[in-house]
Design a protein around this ligand. Sequence first.
Ligand code: CU
Length: 164
Amino acid sequence: MRRVQTTLLALLLAASGAAFAHGEEPHPAKAPQEVKREQKPWGIAGHGKPIKRTIEIKMSDDMRFTPDLLNIQQGDTVRFVIRNTGQVMHEMVIGTKKELDEHAALMAKFPGMEHDEPYMAHVAPGKTGEIVWTFNRSGDFDFACLIAGHYQAGMVGKIKVAAR
Ligand SMILES: [Cu+2]
């Protein structure tokens, strides 16, 4: 068992190419998946933290999020339950407008580009996805569907994080 874990770890490290000093970081008690805990201007991955709110978001083929304006208190960890009620793929990506603009431009150029980060969820038609995110910084942020054409069609929402 121990050897299997060591081998897995070695494989993961080789795959990610991550610099890793053993013992640098405590292992999380519970990791449903490998989650990058990188501080972003719009917050940090919230997995493992107590959920303060659950917000349901609907994504539809008229290129709308419902609701598309969210008011959140700084420090809150939010679970987004994101339902795709349409017939085509949609996604929810949280970020600053600048970052989403840049990302959308890339997606328009490379429509098949695959990406995965803890602040995004790609949801197939009829399915539900989830994001758990801690809004530890105040400010005005956006969320968007960056699938080529969707962002350009206005598939964007606003998140206002009020300072505590
Ligand atoms: Cu979309």
